[in-house]
Design a binder for this molecule. Sequence first.
Ligand code: NI
Length: 378
Amino acid sequence: METTRLEPFIIDTFKELHSCPELSYEEFGTTAKIKSILQKENIEVLDLPLKTGLVAKIGNEESPVVALRADIDALPIDEETNLPYASKTPGKMHACGHDFHTAALLGAALSLKSTEDKLKGGVLLVFQPAEEDAGGALKIVGTNALKDAKVIYGLHTSPLYPVGTLGISPGPVMAAVDRFTVTFVGKGCHAAHPDEGADVIPLVSEFVLALQTIVSRNSNPFAANLVSVTKVSAGNTWNVLPETAEIEGTVRTLTIEDRKMIKSRFYALAEGLAAAFGAKVKIDWWDGPPPTINDVLWTNFVEHIAEKEGFIVEAATPSLGGEDFSEYQAKIPGVYIKVGTGETYPHHTSKFVADPAALLPAANLLAHLARETLRGIK
Ligand code: NI
């Protein structure tokens, strides 16, 4: 595609994607659209066992390979932006800018395809499903399609920066996301005879407060960690002490060491307090994606290329939000780049918008990163 037609094409594609959001693992229409755009440009779509999402390839198979990743799914939110291209589906919205990522990567694909003969290797284009459900990256990793990739780049919209600014930092930029449910089982009894039971209400209260000492007493004071209890439930009336109490919540950490330390302190407190109160405890723990940690050398390289492309580069504002881009980084070095899409409402809210003016520069950045990376590695 000619360069002059690229920007209107990316913007139109973005608006179309925005108006037709699909939730994690339901991105059938989105996948079909991506596929038809790629195939129209004679870009090879790999034959992989994926229900939604896809991986495509440009360039030479025998040479080094670089991967570019976009996520494609939307969220169960009712859009309230009043945009002319707002979601046509009530209750679903691209409220995290994954439509932007998809359109920018398609733009990069078309740009790379038009200069394919000059590429010094292969470029894998990853259109990943289900980032919000935090399982999509593992589906792609499981296909083994990225086995030859030497480095992977991914970008994400950011409402914290104006268009033209990028947030890039080496090291941890997004958190590991773990989730827990804890059930204490004591002995229910009449509220007037607590001595005949084992009351779980003071137990769960102590536990919720004790959990906060993990961050304040066991973590290095310079580390960013958190434990949030998001649900507490026990009892159903005023004159009966309940048998069980349950809490639910999440742990966020930026390093593997802190992740291990918090889990072990968490179990020690739950088991120790339960024993002290004469109760039993059952802990359910789900390990989510690891922290997103940018490779130091490749981050320097990205900063250099971004500045050459005319971006203002700032240190990325770290977040304890999660991002399954880290599942790729667990296998290959990678850099996760925050792209300024205009200072506006936060991600995952009904008023989040991404300024389409940021699309072409983002697409050019991805294409340029792929070209220059291939020039630099053997
Ligand atoms: Ni997102």
